[in-house]
Design a protein around this ligand. Structure first.
Ligand code: PLP
Length: 482
């Protein structure tokens, strides 16, 4: 038996490279990431390739290891290149993500340390760091000391967790679901409707409240609908508002909606996954006024705080609701329960073991300082406005949607002849093939609109000028081909 163990140990020890080996490995990865970052400016925002990373199937996991250089080459060719480059400042589609370098360093440290951020007893420092960040966000939105929250992998999970907590707080048992009513607009993010389904609320009555010409929820329609539903003997219990819709960047009038939810004793959930951190600048703060009166808020550091993907947050005004809904009980974890100086993430979310998400957020915030983030987020607002103000001057024939609330602009090209929808679909495809910038489209009342979404920390004025140029070139090319 000893021999067997020793033989296995010899092999198993390969999992722990020594200091010199680590140095070599790290240098290769750093060289790779440096080449990647340096090439971002020249690389297209979207690269159309034939193979789309298909060669990865030719390199299955096998018994023997491989040289790191060969593996990095594979990553470069098959992963870094094809498709959308979310790290590029030219990514102006959907809701762009970030990828702060200092955040990546935080991830490196968190992974090397493998700190267990699920339970306070296990890693008090890691959990405390996450709680400091949650408290910081609660202060941002104006939540009282009773608030708590959780760092999640993103907005979808944060919305799910928040809606489930609301369900439990409002006592919507399975028997009551069918007579319970949820209010949203058709502009709500699809992860909210998904959360409703996954949260066992698929049979609830869903009311799509009317929106105004800016795509914002109409509070008068909401009030009327709630009144009608109460008179019909139904149970209105949840209003989901968007603070920055994904499609148009519209911010629902939170304060006016809070007047209604407070009066009618309805849970107010604010999905601010996209727009939440615009609260760092004065204009954003004004738009988000009333958010402090909500019961729960979702905000995504991997959107408006420029972090790499994998960072969302749920905040709940009354921590008891989140605890009651999502605390854990396990005999084998009872000793961990005795040390309750701080709340533990495992008591505030469906997760037990989870990545230490705090460090990737804490390190860039502390290193750069808030003023830098404030400047960057305000710059994004002004870039969207600059695009809006100059679009028709730069490109005759362009028609603009409403003035942007945040950093999403809607517009479309009206061709001299031919069908506008088809032209704009062709235009978006031409932009994708061109690759210098990446834009997306949407449909509003059947009309195809193009979107410009400014949120990458690498997007600056020169990117907006490049966008004008790319649009002009592509329009010219299509008009010639017709
Ligand atoms: C992006 C987004 C979500 C979903 O968040 P993920 O982080 O992608 O899971 C939810 N709501 C809004 C308004 C969003 O923009």
């Amino acid at each position: 038996m000893l021999e067997k163990i020793q033989e296995l140990e010899q092999k198993a020890r390969f999992l722990e490279p020594d200091s010199k080996q680590r140095d070599g490995l790290r240098n290769k990865v750093i060289d790779h990431s440096e080449a990647f970052l340096e090439s971002l400016k020249e690389e297209p925002a979207y690269l159309v390739t034939d193979d789309k990373g298909k060669a990865l199937w030719e390199h299955p996991v096998g018994e023997e290891g491989a040289a790191l250089a060969d593996l990095l080459q594979l990553v470069h060719e098959q992963v870094d290149r094809p498709g959308l480059h979310p790290a590029s400042g030219g990514h102006l589609a959907y809701i762009p993500g970030g990828g702060l370098f200092v955040s990546a360093l935080g991830d490196y440290l968190a992974d090397v340390g493998n700190h267990y951020a699920g339970v306070f007893y296990a890693s008090p420092g890691a959990v405390r760091m996450e709680n400091v960040l949650i408290r910081w966000m609660c202060d941002l939105v104006g939540y009282p000391d009773s608030a708590a929250g959780n760092l999640t992998s993103g907005g979808s999970i944060a919305n799910l967790s928040g809606i489930v907590a609301a369900r439990d707080a409002k006592g919507i048992s399975s028997r009551k679901v069918a007579e319970s009513v949820i209010y949203l607009t058709e502009q709500v993010h699809h992860c909210v409707t998904k959360a409703i389904r996954i949260g066992g609320l698929g049979e609830a009555q869903i009311r799509y409240v009317a929106i105004d010409e800016h795509f914002r929820m109409d509070p008068n329609s909401l009030a009327q609908q709630v009144k009608a539903d109460k008179e019909a003997g139904l149970i209105p219990w949840l209003v989901v508002v968007s603070a920055g819709t994904t499609d148009t960047g519209a911010v629902d009038p939170i304060a006016r909606i809070a007047d209604i939810t407070e009066r009618e004793d309805i849970w107010l959930h604010v999905d601010a996954a996209y727009g939440g951190f615009f609260i760092l600048c004065e204009d954003g703060k004004k738009l988000l006024k009333g958010i402090e009166r909500s019961d729960s808020v979702v905000m995504d550091p991997h959107k408006s705080l420029f972090l790499p993907y994998g960072s969302g947050a749920l905040l709940i005004k009354d921590r008891e609701h989140l605890l009651k809904s999502q605390h854990y009980q396990a005999n084998y974890l009872l000793d961990a329960k005795n040390d309750q100086e701080e709340l533990s993430p495992a008591d505030l979310s469906p997760e037990l073991t989870k990545p230490f998400r705090g460090l990737r957020l804490w390190l860039p915030l502390k290193y750069h300082g808030l003023s830098v983030f404030r400047a960057a987020i305000e710059e994004k607002l002004w870039l969207a406005r600059w695009f809006y103000e100059n679009l028709e001057l730069e490109i005759p024939g362009m028609e603009r949607g409403p003035y942007p609330d945040l950093s999403v602009v809607l517009y479309r090209y009206l061709p001299q002849s031919g069908e506008a929808n088809q032209f704009n679909l062709d235009l978006i495809e031409a932009i994708r093939q061109d690759g210098r910038v990446f834009l997306s489209s949407t449909r509003i009342n059947g009309e195809v609109y193009l979107r410009l979404a400014v949120l990458s920390f690498r997007t600056h004025l020169d990117t907006i000028e490049l966008t004008f140029q790319a649009l002009k070139d592509c329009i010219q090319r299509i008009e010639k081909s017709y």
